[in-house]
Design a protein around this ligand. Structure first.
Ligand code: KIV
Ligand code: ZN
Length: 533
């Protein structure tokens, strides 16, 4: 798979400086498909990963980390499929510092136009002693050996000292220097546990630049987790100290509290170019589309007040703000909705809205759907508009999320009839499709939701336990759609399912079935254990 250096430079946007100096270029490394998928409760199937990879490529992301090939057959196949499809971005596969992991990553990346092996090992005293149970000397040797092996298989190798921000400086410098000598072209410093603060992280990157003699032979990258809510701030501080690659995820999803949010990093660089004179190649106008796609696929809704992509990010509630906005939008808006792919016009939808208006509305809201998906969503929209006078943007988001992105599901909701009320017993009659076959069940329960879930379990027996059942009204009014979240747990694996409908019980059934579909994907994944080098 060794690639000529010329082809390496042809992939990704490294060369596209748009008249600015190459030194100011910040590479965007998106790890939504790898670290993002490690979010508790998250799982994506191959088709969903391809959809996300496609929009990331369109956005102009430089590197797409597609997965951890050794983790499971599903991960391997997803990396392979993304590698085969993506042409304009480099595709990375993660590997621990073992030959087996690295071989598997190289194998999965074979078809990539620009493959990258990303290998890592812990370097902090805590991780080396308790997690790896390895002496620092052995870890240092594993760094050299793993990178040497990876370089025999791939020209582009990235190395990460896991728990980098809690690593002793002398040891970090020694490992970084050896990693570069062994052939790593990118040195990624992870704040694995989201512990650092901006000033400290700035100083750490500056220290590496000052003390590692061969540091100018590699790109410095950063990978910040958000446990203290500082992922983006730390990433930007690192850029100001000389880092030129930022690892991030759409909507900030990822392990625990997540990773630095890509949309925040990118919009901060764009909006505050005066203070941070760096640029990246991301087309910010695709941010909303990417955010909605990731939210719909993962079932992780975006909090309304989330920066850049939250439903309220460009909404103005107070009279003073609205008045100011009417006079001059800049009074309360530091970036325009259009710059992230939102439109200012507000088409109101109702039962008389036709297919054409619906399509225009989807486009205005940043959805990018195939014709058959638009048709599916339109059918659901018509049903909803019959039951509900005004259809709001939030309704359409819930509907598209629920109706469109379920193509590969093995289990499908068909119909539900429930008897409920104070006289009991509450019963549910459910019709479901399992692997293409229609099946029916009738169950009683302690309330209508319990009866509905019991009917699902009758048709699809499983051992998962219900961890969370949450109902949220998408809009106001008694005819509002219900958006239900169901969290299931099985053998330490959790998944979140979502469903929306103007009937709360139908939404509940959809959410439960969605969670089971995600569990089926997740069952195939085995968490890679701590490495032994
Ligand atoms: O957070 C972390 O340390 C990681 C590494 C694998 C880069 O995700
Ligand atoms: Zn991480």
């Amino acid at each position: 798979m060794k690639q000529a250096v010329a082809s390496k430079q042809a992939v990704g946007n490294e060369g596209a400086t748009g008249g600015k100096t190459a030194g100011d270029r910040v590479l965007i490394f998106d790890t939504t498909l790898r670290d993002g998928e490690q979010s508790p409760g998250c799982s994506m199937n191959l088709e969903e990963k391809l959809q996300i990879a496609q929009i990331l490529e369109e956005m102009g992301v430089d590197v797409i980390e597609a997965g951890f090939p050794i983790a499971s057959k599903g991960d391997f196949e997803a990396v392979q499929a993304v590698a085969a499809k993506v042409k304009a971005a480099r595709v990375a596969g993660l590997a621990r510092a073992t030959r087996r992991d690295i071989d598997r990553a190289a194998e999965a990346l074979k078809g990539a136009a620009g493959p990258r092996i990303h290998t890592f090992i812990s370097t902090s005293p805590l991780h080396m002693k308790f997690k790896l149970q390895m002496e620092p000397e052995a870890v240092h040797q594993a760094v050299i050996d793993s990178i040497g092996h990876a370089r025999n298989l791939c020209d582009d190798v990235e190395w990460s000292p896991e728990d980098g921000t809690r690593t002793e400086h002398d040891f970090l410098c020694r490992c970084v220097e050896s990693a570069i000598k062994a052939g790593a072209g990118t040195i990624n410093i992870p704040d694995t546990v989201g512990y650092t603060i901006p000033e400290e992280f700035h100083a750490l990157i500056a220290m590496l630049k000052n003390r590692v003699p061969n540091i100018d032979k590699a790109v410095i990258s950063v990978h910040c987790h958000n446990d203290l809510g500082l992922g983006v701030a730390n990433s930007l501080a690192a850029v100001q100290a000389g880092a030129r690659q930022v690892e991030c995820t759409v909507n900030g999803i990822g392990e625990r509290a997540g990773n630095a949010a890509m949309e925040e990093v990118v919009m901060a660089l764009r909006t505050r170019h005066d203070a941070m004179p760096y640029h990246c190649g991301v087309k910010t106008e695709l941010i909303t589309k990417a955010s909605r796609l990731v939210s719909a696929i993962t079932g992780f809704s975006v909090q309304p007040n989330k920066a850049i992509v939250g439903a309220n990010a460009f909404a103005h509630e107070s009279g003073i703000h609205q008045d100011g906005m009417l006079k001059n939008a800049e009074t309360y808006e530091i970036m325009t909705p259009e710059s992230v792919g939102l439109s200012r016009s507000k088409l109101v939808m109702g039962k008389h809205s036709g297919r054409h208006a619906f399509k225009a509305k989807l486009e205005e809201m940043g959805f990018r759907l195939a014709d058959n998906e638009i048709e599916d969503a339109f059918v659901r929209f018509k049903d909803l508009a019959d039951a509900k006078k005004d259809v709001y943007d939030e309704d359409i988001i819930a509907l598209v999320d629920d109706a469109v992105l379920r193509h590969n599901d093995r289990l499908r909701f068909l119909s539900l009839q429930v008897v409920c009320g104070s006289k009991g017993p509450q019963t549910a009659e459910l019709e479901m499709e399992i692997d293409g076959e229609t099946c029916k069940a009738k169950a009683t329960g302690n309330g209508p939701v319990d009866a509905t879930f019991a009917a699902i379990s009758q048709l699809f027996p499983h051992t998962a336990s219900l961890q969370l059942y949450q109902v949220h009204a998408v809009t106001q009014g008694t005819d509002a759609q219900a958006e239900v979240t169901v969290r299931l747990e099985e053998a330490g694996k959790t998944v979140n399912g979502q469903g929306a409908d103007h009937d709360t019980l139908v939404a509940s059934a959809r959410a439960y079935i969605n969670a089971l579909n995600k569990l089926l994907v997740k069952r195939e994944k085995t968490a890679p254990s701590v490495m032994s080098a």
